[in-house]
Design a protein around this ligand. Structure first.
Ligand SMILES: [Zn+2]
Length: 218
């Protein structure tokens, strides 16, 4: 049981953490002062009220029955939607600086309005085809196993870390084009996996251990 199920909240609540509660189906719309909402592995959460306009941090990881996030959350700076099946991410979240979307397998595009993003973690997004060229402030991009990704725009001039193993259609992953990619992202830290990564997520620790730091310029 989480705080919502226990009734341990009131209209002045600003932060709410609901972890692994299968009884939770929605959040009371009276919590209009919420700035931080973390729901993790609440597998029966189907909706979030659109009245939480002060939210800056929203985490809905593994909330697998949630299909949408209200587009009224325009103050969000951090959104974490790992392992969800959202139909889309609203393009109104223009203040986002961090987006976490690991294994969001139905994600095909990320809105190009997220121009303030500095961190994008989207490993295992097997339907993702592009990274918008408007993400000019992006410093960190993890896109391992994005098997449909064909291009990382050269406009991402602030990129410092790019982890892109297991992206077979990404030319930058080709060791033969190493010099070319270093030229494009001359300050990026490149991490390439030793063995080709397949979109079958086993134990994350094992995957991390399989990584090899090829080169780093700081
Ligand atoms: Zn609960």
């Amino acid at each position: 049981m989480c705080k919502i199920c226990k009734g341990d909240y009131d209209k002045d609540t600003t932060e709410l953490y609901c972890m692994e509660c299968t009884a939770l189906t929605t959040i009371p719309d009276t919590l209009v002062n919420l700035t931080t909402l973390h729901c993790h592995n609440c597998t029966n959460l189907t909706s979030i009220p659109d009245t939480f306009v002060h939210l800056t941090i929203l985490r809905v990881t593994k909330c697998t029955t949630l299909t949408s996030i209200p587009d009224t959350f325009v103050n969000l700076t951090m959104l974490s939607c790992d392992c969800t099946d959202l139909t889309t991410i609203p393009d109104t979240f223009v203040n986002l600086t961090e987006l976490y979307a690991d294994r969001y397998t139905s994600l095909t595009t990320i809105p190009d309005t997220f121009v303030h993003l500095t961190k994008l973690i989207c490993n295992g997004c097997t339907s993702l085809t592009t990274i918008p060229d408007t993400f000019v402030h992006l410093k960190k991009l993890w896109c391992m196993g994005c098997i449909s990704l064909t291009c990382i725009p050269s406009t991402l001039v602030n990129l410092r870390t790019l982890v892109c193993s297991g992206c077979p259609y990404l030319p930058q992953c080709d060791p033969d084009k190493y010099e070319e990619r270093m030229e494009r992202f001359n300050e990026a830290a490149w991490i390439i996996q030793e063995k080709f990564w397949y979109p079958i997520w086993g134990k994350r620790r094992q995957i991390k251990e399989g990584l090899k730091l090829l080169h780093k310029i700081d």
